[in-house]
Design a binder for this molecule. Sequence first.
Ligand SMILES: Nc1ncnc2c1ncn2[C@@H]1O[C@H](COP(=O)(O)OP(=O)(O)OP(=O)(O)O)[C@@H](O)[C@H]1O
Ligand SMILES: [Mg+2]
Length: 378
Amino acid sequence: MKNPFQYGGVVTGDAFCNRVQELNDLMRAMENSDKLFVYSERRFGKTSLIRQTFEKLPQQEFVKAYVDLWPTDAETSFVTTVAKSIAESMSTTTDKLLETAKTPFSRLSPTVTVDDEGKPRMTFGINKDFDLEIELEQVLSVPAKLADKSKKNVVVVFDEFQQILEYGNDTVERRLRSIIQNQIDVSYIFLGSRKHLIQKMFLDKSRPLYRAGGHYPIGPIAVKHWFPFLKKKFLDSDRLIQDTQIQKICELTEGHPFYTQHLRHALWELCEPATPVTEEMINSALDILLERESYAYTNLWESLAKNQRRFLKGLASEPVGVKPFAADFVSRFELGSASNAQRAAEALLEKDVIDRENASFVIVDRFFRIWIQKTHLV
Ligand SMILES: Nc1ncnc2c1ncn2[C@@H]1O[C@H](COP(=O)(O)OP(=O)(O)OP(=O)(O)O)[C@@H](O)[C@H]1O
Ligand SMILES: [Mg+2]
């Protein structure tokens, strides 16, 4: 029997838990042609949520373009990636795809191939006379033209949007700012991790996209939403779990979708059909996962300066939301001064070990938090 708990990739259908409110809010945003920055910590389920939202939007009323910017590293690949996604969202057959792409993207010499699953795939050749400003302008003007011609709602999602910070200049950001202001019939959704997207692009006055649209943070999945999902998955596979145990699993990983699912996956592997889950099994599942990571965690720990370790110990031993620059925290965890604590926090943020959360910080990797508790807080 297949393990019902998936972690890592995009989850859809039965494997997707709740997010009812978020789905509704995003659907409304897309219907209203809103421009929205959607952000969360890493692996909170942004991509899965957007895929799920797309599934719900009726095909006859929406053109939905999903642009994954992860593989792009410069403006040129941005242009071709966007063109490809828009063309593919407009048509599903090979002939039609080429036809669709011919006019708006003619300067990019489109060709169509068929992939292993029989789906048409678009590729572009870059001409000698490729002019970035012109191509960018052209490609990004297509969604508005499409909305006008098709009379459908057009939605463009940029996933891993923080990738444009790697391009070396802000041409794309500047161009997008004017698009956001002028394309009133197209919805643009920008997905990214909090640190990059929000701190660097949206809240920095000197950046072109400073407060250019609405913003929508995605939180963890609440225990009350995990409950029915988890119960059903255990019951359907003839495994018996108690409510207090579900509660414990969610608390261990603070409802973080990826780590919570990962832990359940490991736990489910230890369960026999028709046998109750025990406390020991939850602990063993956790130990297995920590054991797998222990080499990496030890290396990471050893690479950190003394005050950074002390800061992490403090975060790991205190409830979420603790104020780590307060005198009490600073003295209990021997940080010397608030400015020492601040320097440690800055360094850990830079390394992506922690992230900001409501005037406090969280340890990004929830298993690393537990590892610190078990290994360094005795
Ligand atoms: N609604 C959900 N129901 C069940 N599991 C979920 C849900 N959302 C996220 N997950 C879990 O989190 C993992 C990561 O999801 P996803 O890739 O959608 O997140 P992401 O925020 O796009 O991640 P990244 O920051 O890496 O782009 C999934 O593989 C799954 O284990
Ligand atoms: Mg993602």
